[in-house]
Design a protein around this ligand. Structure first.
Ligand code: AMP
Length: 281
């Protein structure tokens, strides 16, 4: 695996690959890698001749300074995992490489409700920062395809809108959520859970699975209330931020089941850690 830390070096290398007819599949991450991240690389490898993974803890998408400070940073282990996994290129830039003019910017996109609901309502500025870094990383890597997880459902929906607005030639591939054997969605934040918190965490996914089987009998509004109550009843350590049942395309709340693809999204605080999960229906 080749590791690049500067924009000039990775661009020169990717340019030579492109000239040789290679295609590039790109997986942007914030590191603290787990099998979920590696599964995105598997999809990238399936479709492309070259895989690029970036690790960059983007300061502009953290609305909470302590979350940024405590975000796990495990670059040495991440690098070993990527080598063992067969990743071709790691991009590991400093903040000054990604934002040479500083972090201020003007968002040129119009996302409407996509950025106002769910995570947008609960984490002010988060998506603005996420779009800023994804736009910049795509300028640098210019991949044929971009691989993002369904785990961050709203994020990939917003990036899809950004690519449309840019008339980008990059394809976005949404990859399924990888879970621990007990159902907890893999997340870099899971390592920060205490053993007590970790023991109850699988209740989040259990309540989503239960919701899918109960869906036929009740309205989306009733189902939301049921999921909320089930999670909070499972342990006093849980505090639900939101449960939303939305159309997968518009992210607008469903008031009835209308046959379109829908997604149930939850954000939950478990002690000091905030976890998100979702299920498609
Ligand atoms: P992050 O490092 O958390 O920014 O995540 C980088 C990418 O990995 C994003 O596209 C995430 O949606 C994706 N991802 C995170 N967790 C999982 C998971 N459990 N399964 C599949 N993809 C994931």
């Amino acid at each position: 695996m080749l590791t690049f830390t500067t924009v000039a070096d990775i661009q020169a290398h990717l340019q030579s690959l492109r000239a040789a007819g290679k295609t590039i599949g790109f997986v942007p991450t914030m590191g603290a890698l787990h099998a979920g991240h590696l599964s995105l690389l598997d999809y990238a490898r399936r479709d492309n001749t070259t895989t690029v993974c970036s690790i960059f803890v983007n300061p502009t998408q953290f609305n909470d300074a302590s979350d940024l400070e405590k975000y796990p940073r495990t670059v040495a282990t991440d690098t070993e995992m990527l080598i063992a996994d067969g990743c071709d290129i790691l991009f590991l830039p400093a903040v000054s490489e990604v934002y040479p003019q500083g972090i201020a910017w003007e968002n040129p996109f119009e996302f409407g409700d996509l950025v106002k609901v769910m995570e947008g309502a609960h984490r002010p500025g988060h998506f603005e920062g996420m779009v800023q870094v994804v736009k910049r990383l795509l300028e640098i890597v210019a991949p044929d395809a971009l691989y993002m997880g369904q785990k961050d459902f709203q994020q990939q929906r917003i990036v899809a809108s950004m690519l449309e607005q840019q008339h980008s030639r990059t394809r976005l591939v949404r990859c399924p959520i990888l879970r621990e054997p007990d159902g907890l969605a893999m997340s870099s934040r899971n390592v920060r859970l205490s053993s007590e918190e970790r023991a109850v965490a699988p209740h989040i996914y259990r309540s989503l699975q239960q919701a899918v089987s109960d869906k036929a009998h009740i309205t989306p509004t009733e189902l939301k209330a049921q999921i909320h109550a089930q999670i909070e009843a499972a342990s006093p350590l849980f505090a639900v931020d939101y449960v939303d049942i939305v159309a997968a395309d518009t992210l607008l709340p469903l008031s009835s089941w209308q046959g379109q693809e829908a997604v149930i999204c939850v954000a939950v605080r478990l002690g000091a850690i905030r976890l998100i999960d979702n299920i498609l229906i």
